[in-house]
Design a protein around this ligand. Structure first.
Ligand SMILES: [Zn+2]
Length: 200
């Protein structure tokens, strides 16, 4: 089964590194600011939030989700910003995207992982759709949301651990198949739960 590289690290300018330093250390609460650049399904996004919150709950982390426009002018103690490119909703027809690229990326500067990530929604939707069959299509919005939740969680773990290393199994593997992205469950491995708890 084809597996897709989950993430890539992009080097950005120093001003973001300063913002990242200000956001440390991560405590028991985390705010995720969501910036959608394209169309998205509300039900898929709700499922994304639910899935990611559920996975990260195993580490004791409580996640608060905010749309970018709702967060403007407010301050949050610990936050990460996820930008969603493309269309974050199920579509039976494949869309154009970089097939060789990752599902998501996280910014770095001065060899530091920053709390800024990007998700390629078209790629995630395609990976999820490739694993669907039969009755899955009747719950495609939910399955797309589940896949998005797992990809976002993967990037958040990089940000929280400040590490580009991956886990050996579970949602923090370096690459995942479409089947893993929509399977009923894909938790963090016990090793990754420990790794995250040590950060706090
Ligand atoms: Zn990764």
């Amino acid at each position: 089964m084809r597996r897709v590289l989950i993430c890539l690290f992009l080097t950005v300018c120093l001003v973001f590194a300063m913002a990242a330093a200000a956001s440390r250390p991560f405590a028991s609460g985390l705010t995720v600011i969501m910036d959608f650049k394209g169309i998205h399904s509300d039900s898929s996004i709700r499922e994304m939030e639910r899935e990611s919150t559920s996975i990260l709950k195993s580490t004791g982390l409580i996640v608060d989700w905010r749309l970018r426009n709702d967060a403007l002018g407010k301050s949050y103690e610990n936050l990460v910003v996820m930008t969603f490119k493309g269309a974050c909703r199920f579509d039976r027809e494949p869309r154009v995207y970089d097939e060789l690229g990752p599902l998501a990326s996280t910014d770095t500067a001065n060899h530091e992982i920053l709390p800024f990530g990007q998700v390629d929604c078209d790629h995630v939707v395609d990976a999820a759709r490739s694993a669907m069959f039969g009755g899955d299509f009747a719950m495609a919005d939910l399955l797309v949301g589940r896949a998005l939740g797992r990809v976002v969680t993967h990037e958040i773990i990089h940000m929280l651990t400040h590490s580009a290393e991956h886990g050996r199994d579970g949602v923090f593997e370096a690459s995942l198949s479409g089947k893993q992205l929509i399977a009923p469950s894909l938790p963090l491995s016990a090793m990754d739960v420990d790794r995250l708890q040590l950060q706090r």
